[in-house]
Design a protein around this ligand. Structure first.
Ligand code: BEZ
Ligand code: FE
Length: 289
């Protein structure tokens, strides 16, 4: 029988998790995970009270999750882990549009909408109507017909539909398909900056660290096309006060879009909008898979 000690425990645990599997990836991941976890505990000389507080925190995080609320994604996002995974898997420098985090508010299965369709399923007085247009191209700049853009965003009251019992189902969500020239068009509201949910353990963590909980205004996009990698991204609103301090570290310079006021009545009429309205023109590039 062996005595487990501070000196030998990490090595013994790594061995227990890696010696009986043939998977090289499992060996690598468990070895690193256990070494870093034990390293952290040793580094800060974690007290029993702190360890128990951490267990309670993770338990509360799990209890806060349901089909509309994903506190674990929020935890990963606010600790910068989601952005690290994103950055490692989608390094800078490619020809395609840069990616960013998915976030906890994506809901699959949004209604399919026609070219120029309107995702405002109610009209809030504070909302600025917004026309979003652009193209989806491959890495060589060739337009992609039949690409899908699944979009979602908060309303002018700074809430996603799934956070707001007064919002109609699928408010500010929809799936659009590019036409034969690779173009898309949709009508929505100009996005506003908003706070990530703070009524759970993640909110307590942000408060304890003295961090604000705001995200700069953005519109979410999941862009997909046959033979191409699906792009998870946002377009941020130029000039937003939180662009330099996003609560989830997910901003990228190339994803900032210029939302401009438009007075072109003819253009508005094409999409059922009266002037003035806001426009965003933004093209996406997808990498071949
Ligand atoms: C979002 O943009 O929807 C989001 C991303 C990360 C955390 C919370 C919200
Ligand atoms: Fe968002």
């Amino acid at each position: 029988m062996k005595d487990f000690t501070v000196e030998n425990l990490t090595e013994e645990v790594v061995k227990a998790y890696t010696s009986k599997t043939d998977s090289p990836r499992m060996k690598q991941v468990f070895s690193s995970l256990i070494t870093h976890l034990h390293g952290f505990v040793k580094d800060v000389e974690l007290t029993e009270a702190e360890w128990f507080a951490a267990i309670q925190f993770l338990t509360a995080t799990g209890k806060k999750c349901d089909d509309k609320r994903q506190e674990f994604i929020l935890l990963s996002d606010t600790l910068g882990a989601s952005m690290l995974v994103d950055s490692i898997n989608h390094p800078k420098g490619g020809a395609g549009t840069e990616s960013t985090v998915l976030g906890p508010f994506y809901v699959p299965g949004a209604p399919e909408m026609p070219f120029g369709g309107d995702v405002r399923r109610r009209h809030l007085d504070a909302a600025n109507p917004c026309l979003v247009t652009g193209k989806v191209c491959d890495a060589e700049g060739k337009p992609l017909a039949g690409a899908t853009l699944d979009i979602w965003q908060t309303a002018a009251n700074a809430l996603y539909d799934v956070q707001d019992s007064d919002a109609p189902e699928w408010n500010l969500r929809g799936q659009f398909t590019t036409n034969e020239r690779g173009e898309y068009a949709l009508v929505t509201e100009q996005p506003v900056s908003y706070s990530v949910p703070t009524d759970g353990p993640v909110g307590d963590m942000l408060a304890a660290a003295g961090r604000h909980a705001f995200r700069p205004a953005h519109l979410h996009f999941l862009v997909s096309a046959d033979g191409h990698e699906t792009l998870t991204t946002h377009v941020f609103v130029k000039g937003d006060e939180y662009l330099d301090s996003d609560a989830v570290f997910a901003t990228k310079e190339t994803l900032v879009g210029d939302f401009k006021v438009c007075d072109d009545a003819e253009r508005g009429k094409q999409f059922g909008l009266t002037v003035p309205f806001v426009t965003l023109a933004f093209d996406f590039g997808l990498m071949a898979s």
